[in-house]
Design a protein around this ligand. Sequence first.
Ligand SMILES: Cc1cc2nc3c(=O)[nH]c(=O)nc-3n(C[C@H](O)[C@H](O)[C@H](O)COP(=O)(O)OP(=O)(O)OC[C@H]3O[C@@H](n4cnc5c(N)ncnc54)[C@H](O)[C@@H]3O)c2cc1C
Length: 729
Amino acid sequence: MEQNVQVQAKPIKIPGPDHPISIARDTERVVVSVAGRVIADTREALTLCEAHYPAVHYIPRKDVDMTLLARTDRTTYCPYKGDAAYFSIPAGGERSIDAVWTYETPTRRSRASRTTSRSTQIGSIRSKSNSERFFHGKTAFNDPRLSIRDSPLRTVESDMFGTMAHFSSFSESSFVEQPGRKIQMNATQLAETANGKAVEELDVLVVGAGFAGLYQLDRLRRLGYNVEVFEAGSDIGGVWYWNCYPGARVDTYGPLYQFSSAELWRDWNYSELYPSWEELRAYFRHVDKKLDLSRDIRFNTRVTGAQFDTDRDQWIVQASDGSVTRARFFVLCTGLAAKPYIPRIEGLTDFRGICHHTGQWPQEGVDFKGKRVGVIGTGASGVQVIQEVYRDVAELTVFQRTPNLALPMRQRKLDDETKRRMKETFPERFRKRAETFAGFDYDVIPKNAMDVSDQERQATYEDLWNRGGFLSWIGTYQDVMSNEEANDTAYAFWRDKVRPRIKDPAVAEKLAPMKPLHPFGVKRPSLEQHYYEAYNRPNVHIVDLLQSPIERVTPTGVKTTDGEVELDILVLATGFDFLTGGLTSIDIRGTNGETLREKWSSGSRAHLGMASAHFPNLLYIYGPQSPSAFCNGPTCAELQGDFVVACIEHVRRNNLRRIEATQEAEEAWRDHVAELVGATLFPRAQSWYMGANIPGKKREMLVYPGGLPMYLQKCKESADAGYAGFVLS
Ligand SMILES: Cc1cc2nc3c(=O)[nH]c(=O)nc-3n(C[C@H](O)[C@H](O)[C@H](O)COP(=O)(O)OP(=O)(O)OC[C@H]3O[C@@H](n4cnc5c(N)ncnc54)[C@H](O)[C@@H]3O)c2cc1C
């Protein structure tokens, strides 16, 4: 680790007006200046041992002229159409400090005329007028929050993400309005400076406008709480806002991938059994229209930091729009995939073609027709992209590390009669969700695979396979995920189904090896439609990264130990810092001064997967050590969401001010999760469930492996006992 970094200014040119940016850094701080003026100062953010700034990856966008970019050896930045820039300083690979700054231009100095026009292109990087950006996503003049949005604190930008998508949402929501003002990215100072100014006060501040956040907003608002949702994206939908890559669709079938309220499903229909991202967005628009949610959602607003004010029992929350908000409760609904993961591949920033992470896909889409395309990663998103684009592209090269044990989706269009008949079953299906392992309307077979005859087992596997979806995974024999022998039978069945679909035996061995690389089902299977047939095309190629690792990305393609593949488009289907990434990316500081990120650096500690000691009145949904990734999304949004609402209600009804998990309870929960997973085959794979996809992340089971009924029972026991495992005051 580098310890003695010299203070050294390096001029960098960015496009637009020719303003040199200099970055001075030493072991304690990083100061960024534009045209001699200090515009960002990380102050005490970097300690000696963290003073190591390896280059981060910059994902080029087709609308940014890459030739105008320069890079230092330790930082990466990109221009934003000449009037804002993005700068990321990762420290020691563990913590990172990212800043977006704007620099002074003549138009910026005079306050832009305000319009009430809504933003046009969601998340687009294209240029907009200042006024459009200023009020992006909200009507401005009548907005009661205007005084806060106008606060001088709007000059400050900080965030923990080092990604382009976040950059674009930042840039669209905020601007430097005070030339010459020194900007500091210290959240505590922010809150202090805000004292005495118009700081909005809420009962509950919810982060994230996916299923979980919307459910909280609707329920709490109906109960009379003053609640608001802060959302980084420009629209509702959560993961379906960000993951709009070709082929993105949900692997839960439609009837169960929606809210259970009849008020909402009565006049809503998906056209296919497994809806695409486009249709999911239409569904969210329907929900919004019915429940009038958007009026209490602040879009393009990324929550960046929070500290608990022990005197007033409130969270002081900072957001990317410079606002500071006080809230009695802070409910984080940031989902499991809020922080895309981009592996450190040498030369990635040199690639001259189009390159995007699936989780930050440009809203305007990418044209694949006739292009030479590379896809890195064959997780759920990779499989979806591959099977969607292979017919359109000139050449498709798939860079695979581990084969996806994908299952047949059995996608179909739904006619009116089918939709009508399905709806008759909805109340029963929704009721059943709480009784099944994964929050679906079916459950594991309450028998052991090894207790039945070979013939019966084979017939059962065949039936599940033909019915499609996740049935072969979470609707199979109860011992498949815990007994190696049973698991081998499931793998053998899967392999023997898949291999005959692939013509080239060498390719078949890569996609469905005779000997499993890990047990069946311990990594998330994707649902496929014609994934394996894609590889029979002469224009589709697979590179096995276990045999031929990537050496580097070049300006024109990807170079493995086997040679270079020339590409026009590079798709990074490389996953996320699942479950914890979204939470730890926010600089949330507990009552003992420790951040959530620091607290979880040695493993997550989350009582019932929802609350942590020293973080009073902070609750999170779909987070670590809750059923999350093993639970259908809307099911958990509602059932876990109900616990959170009840908890807040309990505090209010009893005239209390605080609820906080105890250290004993979070340790006991951690032990409970460890004990449960110890009886399964999950630890046998390098999966994101186990935190193994992120270098340096603690290897531990991040998902509650006991099933939803057991989980809900534990929640109920706690609530019935007056919230056992929590301190109330
Ligand atoms: C590609 C993909 C496919 C999936 N398929 C399935 C499936 O088939 N079945 C299933 O059950 N689940 C699936 N999931 C999981 C999915 O996350 C859940 O179904 C569901 O979306 C969870 O809803 P949520 O509200 O908890 O989180 P999300 O939908 O992830 O919403 C979280 C929101 O929080 C916002 N946010 C995060 N951090 C901040 C911040 N600091 N400030 C402001 N806003 C912030 C994000 O912008 C996002 O809009 C899939 C996930 C992905 C990524």
